[in-house]
Each structure stands twice: as structure tokens, then as C-alpha cells.
Design a protein around this ligand. Structure first.
Ligand code: GLU
Length: 380
């Protein structure tokens, strides 16, 4: 987006494709789709666009290989093992489709803690930079085989948003699905359903989301909108469009109205964007009204110990915590300069008393402004 809000060709794009596009309901790979999207990705690369691909489909392909029976659904707990079988086959299909147009692919498998841990996130970033620099297409999926409940992304829409924001960072996130975008009602059930072409950054369109994913695809429109909001809140434009539409990627990148375009808020610097998409805060600081107002309305205010009235959780210095007001509303999130125990000792006190209270010299603020993002709802 240039300063007049006009679309310029994005330099870097994250493209996410869902299970229903990649595999048939019976688990066979959709070769025509893979070949066509491979060609379209090549088209973007030829325009100078760097592409990161996020693909689902491992579980669906794996299920078919193991059971060879379309009606045999996976039991809870079988998904990780089915993914282990399906992932290499999924990659073979992408490698073939892209290889035919001269693009080398690289596989990267992630769980959420790879993004949440700042060190690993930086390593991933360097890896992707290398791959993109070499003209290789990074193909990402969740590392389902080792993903536990506490570290899973849940579904790949969210993973795509986190990758677009925290790792690449991209200007544009394209979520391709079997639906051509967000409609005013479910288009499969309602002939009057209209495509919503543009969504403003502050607009709540969640009421239009209907339909869940399936036994292998976890997404659904609601999840897509949640993921899209995370990305747009950090300044990334999101387009949800139909993967079965011929030429869809080229059209989106050249700014043609295609699918539903969700306009971004202002772009956050990368460190703050990483904080904003971080899903695993380790604690909570409840602040009084004065501190709340200072954070929301005074440019450059840090969180001082004097404004903190309650400390929840057990965190270390450097961990991510959320800042809430007395009503439980999130005001901000950021990296704490003190552990939970230390913060409890200094809360309500003046910064000059810190040394006396915890027996060591430390920062005057509990969260420095540079390590904090103000929550979306309040900063609009
Ligand atoms: N990672 C899963 C797979 O490859 C898909 C998750 C999702 O549907 O979002 O099958």
C-alpha cells in the first residue's frame, strides 16, 4: 500500500492453501490444482515477488495411504501419525508441481513455540531469508507429529498469520480456500449471498462467518477471519479468495478485485508485531486507571511499578505478560523487566524504591514502551 492507500506490488507474500484445495475428499491429491498453483507461484516469482507457501493436506493424504478407505475417519490422537505419513508425500507433490516450472522447494515444519520463542523465531527468519535469497520456495506446514495441545497453532490459517507477521514479515497474506471469499451468508445454502469485497480495519465481520472445517481441514471461515484480524492489526493486507479460480494469485498481486480484501491498520515495527501475535503470555499485570490512561493516551509512556495493583501468574524477567485494566480488558502486552515475584514486591511503589525493595538495581519501568504493544481495540 502506498501513502494514498493505493495498492503497489507487494515484495513478499505468504500464500496459504487449505486441505480441501490440496486433496480430494477421498484423500487423493488434487494434481491439477497443485500444477496450476505451482505455475501461478512461478508467475509471481517472475514479477519479483518473494513467496512463502503454507500448505495443509498432510493429514488427509496420510489417512488415505494408511487406511485406503474414504469412509475411515481418523480417531483422536491419530492425526499426528497420519501427518507423519502424509507430509513427505505432500511435499513430493509440491516438489513436482514446482519443479516442472523450475522452482526448487524447501520444507519447513513448525509448531507455535518456534514462533513464540524469540530466538527460534529469529533463526527461522534467517533460514527463510536465505531460502528466498536463493530463489527457493519455502513450503511450510505445522509439525503435526510433535505438536501437543500447548504448542499447536490449532490450524494453518493462524500459522499463516503468525508467519506473515512475525517471521517473514510479508506485505500481503493470501488465504486460498474452496470458497471465493467472505459472503453475507453461506453461498452453498443461500442463493442471495453476496461477496464482501472489502473490509475496513475496524470493521467487525465475524457475524458473516459460517461453516467449520472438516475432519482433516481444521480451518473454516471463522478461523480465517480470526487469523486475518491478527495480520491486519499488524499492518498486513489479507485477501481471502477462491483457490479454484484460474489466475487467482496473479490477479490478487496486481491489485485486481478478487475475493475479500481486508485492509490493514498501520504497520507495526517487527519486534512489536512479534509481541502482538504472540499467543502465550506468561502472566498478567492489572493496572489502575491512571496507568491505563497513560498507556493508552500518552505517547511514549512506559508501565511504571506505581500503576500496578495486581500481579497474576509466574513469569521471569523477559517473559511476555498482558496488561489489563480493573475490568479485565487487555490494555497492552509486553516484555516484563522483572519476574512475577519481583513485580509483586515493587507494585504500587515509586521507581526510586526498587533497589530497596528487591535488593538490586533495575529498570525504572516494569515494561518499557519499546517492548510493549497497545492492544488493538484500544488504540484505534
Ligand atoms: N497441518 C494439517 C495438515 O497438513 C492441516 C491443518 C489445517 O487444516 O489447518 O493436514
Amino acid at each position: 500500500m502506498d501513502t494514498a492507500g493505493q495498492l503497489t506490488t507487494p515484495r513478499r507474500v505468504v500464500v496459504k492453501v487449505g486441505t480441501r484445495l490440496v486433496v480430494e475428499p477421498d484423500g487423493r491429491p488434487r494434481r491439477d490444482f497443485l500444477t496450476r498453483i505451482g505455475g501461478e507461484i512461478r508467475g509471481l516469482i517472475d514479477k519479483g515477488v518473494e513467496v512463502v507457501l503454507i500448505t495443509s493436506g498432510a493429514v488427509g493424504i496420510g489417512r488415505r495411504i494408511i487406511f485406503d478407505h474414504p469412509g475411515r475417519l481418523l480417531r483422536v490422537g491419530e492425526r499426528p501419525s497420519a501427518a507423519a505419513v502424509g507430509q513427505p508425500v505432500l511435499m513430493q507433490h509440491w516438489a513436482k508441481a514446482l519443479g516442472e516450472v523450475g522452482v526448487t522447494v524447501a520444507q519447513v515444519l513448525l509448531t507455535q513455540d518456534d514462533v513464540v520463542d524469540r530466538g527460534r523465531c529469529m533463526r527461522l527468519r534467517e533460514t527463510l531469508e536465505d531460502l528466498l535469497g536463493w530463489g527457493v520456495l519455502p513450503v511450510l506446514n505445522e509439525n503435526d507429529s510433535v505438536s501437543t495441545e500447548s504448542v499447536t497453532f490449532g490450524e494453518n490459517d493462524l500459522m499463516a498469520a503468525m508467519v506473515a507477521v512475525a517471521i517473514t514479515p510479508a506485505e500481503l497474506l493470501v488465504i486460498l480456500s474452496d470458497q471465493e471469499g467472505l459472503f453475507t451468508a453461506d453461498p452453498r445454502a443461500n442463493a442471495d449471498a453476496e461477496l464482501i469485497c472489502e473490509v475496513q480495519p475496524h470493521e467487525d465481520v465475524s457475524r458473516f462467518a459460517s461453516g467449520a472445517g472438516g475432519s482433516e481441514s481444521l480451518g473454516g471461515m471463522e478461523k480465517k477471519l480470526e487469523a486475518a484480524k491478527r495480520a491486519t492489526d499488524c499492518g498486513i493486507r489479507v485477501v481471502i479468495a477462491g483457490g479454484n479460480v484460474e489466475g487467482v494469485l496473479g490477479r490478487i498481486v496486481s491489485g485486481e478485485a478478487t475475493g475479500t480484501c481486508m485492509l490493514p491498520r498501520r504497520r507495526l515495527p517487527s519486534r512489536k508485531a512479534w509481541l502482538a501475535v504472540h499467543l502465550m503470555p506468561r502472566g498478567t499485570l492489572v493496572v489502575d486507571d491512571g496507568a491505563r490512561r497513560a498507556l493508552l493516551h500518552r505517547d511514549g509512556a512506559s508501565l511504571l511499578p506505581s500503576g500496578i495493583v495486581e500481579v497474576g501468574g509466574d513469569f521471569h524477567a523477559g517473559d511476555l505478560v498482558t496488561v489489563r485494566d480493573g475490568e479485565g480488558q487487555e490494555v497492552a502486552r509486553g516484555l516484563a523487566n522483572y519476574s512475577a515475584e519481583e513485580t509483586r514486591a515493587i507494585m504500587g511503589a515509586h521507581s526510586s524504591q526498587i533497589r530497596e525493595l528487591i535488593g538490586r538495581e533495575g529498570a525504572a519501568d516494569v515494561i518499557h514502551r519499546d517492548d510493549m504493544v497497545i492492544s488493538a481495540a484500544d488504540s484505534r
